[in-house]
Write a protein that binds this ligand. Structure first.
Ligand code: HEM
Ligand code: HEM
Length: 247
């Protein structure tokens, strides 16, 4: 059990890291030929950093667009963020004090995830405009994250996993030392779905997490009059044509 799950987690983690880095490299090298920040936009670099910060932490533009989507979307993401931080308890020894503190509340964070995901799923069924553009993968992604959160909570309240063994297993993963894991169907489901999440991340809409930082409408400074915007490839094309006309 432990060996099989370790191998699956290593392989899927490898796909996640390499796949996501390759995507990021592609985003970073894709030219943005036009100046298209959504206005009103910041006029300085530090303003852009603040804007992106507000997008990531508060989902500012989603708040302006739709209050219900914002509420459920934010609940889910904030819950996920704190659940992941609290999961550090399995991977650290001794456990940092703030992780121990967060762990006390982790079932509530898990419930925040579930409520958020349920709201986002209801939106896909109930709002005509959204249902029209929803593909099966949009529904599946939400259901699948609900099963991850649901299986986590099921272990907390119902079919308890041997937490000491899970921790040894998790620490073993970090040390390339395969641990033993006794069979608990919910834990196996939880871990297999986590592996699946890692596997699909670089090929799915989950890429919006790194993608946000490369969005020209959010990361550009509103200074087209002060500074002419020329994409990197256009710069070299410009130089070439100037050289040609000189020659
Ligand atoms: C930097 C981190 C992240 C930010 C800022 C972010 C932000 C957002 C925003 C603004 C939406 C839009 C909702 C909409 O307009 O419909 C969204 C949707 C979504 N996010 Fe994230 N996200 C992040 C990371 C993640 C991660 C790590 C996951 C899961 C592993 C995730 C899962 C989802 C899902 C499933 C949706 C679709 C919800 C729907 O069906 O409407 N996000 N995210
Ligand atoms: C290898 C990585 C992971 C391991 C070993 C693991 C293990 C566990 C275990 C043993 C529990 C039960 C906690 C208890 O009984 O007190 C749990 C709960 C939970 N897990 Fe995971 N998990 C992993 C990754 C994830 C990921 C990536 C997510 C989210 C996408 C997640 C979401 C949850 C949630 C929402 C809960 C319930 C709340 C809580 O107790 O923290 N887990 N996990």
């Amino acid at each position: 059990m432990g060996l099989a799950l370790s191998v699956i987690l290593y392989v899927t983690l490898g796909v996640f890291i390499i796949g996501t880095l390759r995507r990021i490299a592609r985003y970073a090298s894709t030219p943005a030929p036009l100046k298209i920040p959504t206005t009103p936009a910041p006029t300085t670099r530090s303003g852009v950093v603040m804007r992106l910060g507000r997008e990531v932490v508060l989902f500012e533009s989603l708040f302006k667009a739709s209050k219900w989507t914002w509420l459920f979307g934010w609940l889910f993401h904030a819950g996920l963020f704190f659940v992941l931080l609290a999961h550090l308890r399995y991977f650290t020894e001794p456990v940092w004090w703030w992780v121990a503190l967060l762990s006390q509340f982790s079932p509530y964070f898990g419930m925040m995830m579930l409520i958020g995901l349920a709201g986002l799923l209801a939106r896909r069924f109930l709002v005509d405009r959204v249902r029209y553009i929803s593909a099966p993968s949009d529904y599946l992604m939400l259901v699948f994250l609900m099963v991850i959160a649901g299986s986590g909570l099921a272990m907390r309240y119902w079919l308890h996993a041997d937490i000491v063994q899970v921790k040894e297993f998790a620490l073993g993963l970090l040390a390339f030392d395969f641990g033993i894991l006794s069979f608990n169907p919910i834990l196996v489901l939880h871990l297999l779905l986590v592996a699946f999440l890692l596997l699909i991340f670089p090929f799915s809409k989950l890429l919006h997490a790194p993608g946000l930082f490369f969005s020209p409408s959010r990361n550009q400074v509103d200074n087209p009059r002060e500074k002419r915007h020329i994409a990197a490839w256009a710069k070299s094309a410009n130089t070439n044509s100037t050289e040609k006309s000189r020659g």
